[in-house]
Design a protein. Sequence first.
Length: 244
Amino acid sequence: MVVTPIALTDVATALDIGERSHVALVGGGGKTTILHALGGQLHDRFGGRIVLTSTTKMGADQDLGLPVLVGPTTEDIVAASATGPVLVWSRIDGSKAIGVDPARCDEWFEVVDHLVAEADGSRRRPFKAPREYEPVIPSTATLVVHVIGADALGRVIADQCHRPLRVAALAGCRADQRLDPDRAARVMLHERGVMRAVPPQADFTVVITKVDEHTASLTDDLAIEVHRIDPGVRFVAITAHGER
């Protein structure tokens, strides 16, 4: 299988997002970039009310110029999102923005057209496996996107992954071994990993970011392994720097 990477500017189309969506981003590196890209693209494509948020933590400097609401009411969100995407946090603690309770996302999805939530933390590592209490996916999510950075593939698990011992356990190897495409696919689709937290009504897509000429072959192999385990999973690759 040969995967053709897309530009970041095409990610909403590649994910086949329609006129109304509740997207949860989980996994490793690239979630915040995709969060903001989806906010802009969905607004350009559909208009309507769009909320970007997190159910974990983000850097308080990651607003990218968007209007930020801290601890808002539902009425505040309805009013602020009438003119464009808004970023919502529950509070700011120093350099960290603290995310919202997932139940709040479910409430807001009743009054907005698109809600995109960063529902997992990875400490800026390109790959991770969740602990028992992770990821924090709202119950009304319509799409769960599992993100992996291409720079994790072929590298030593202990060096590149968040929660490396958990990654190794789900992959069936040691943390000092390399994360090859087979192991990565096994972790992403493992029943004791992210999959146990995906709501029954939600679609599931694997997105690999930062693909370049050095990781193109590994990306192809990852797509093969993902489809071998579950042929129904959509697979999207995004080029490095978001360019074609």
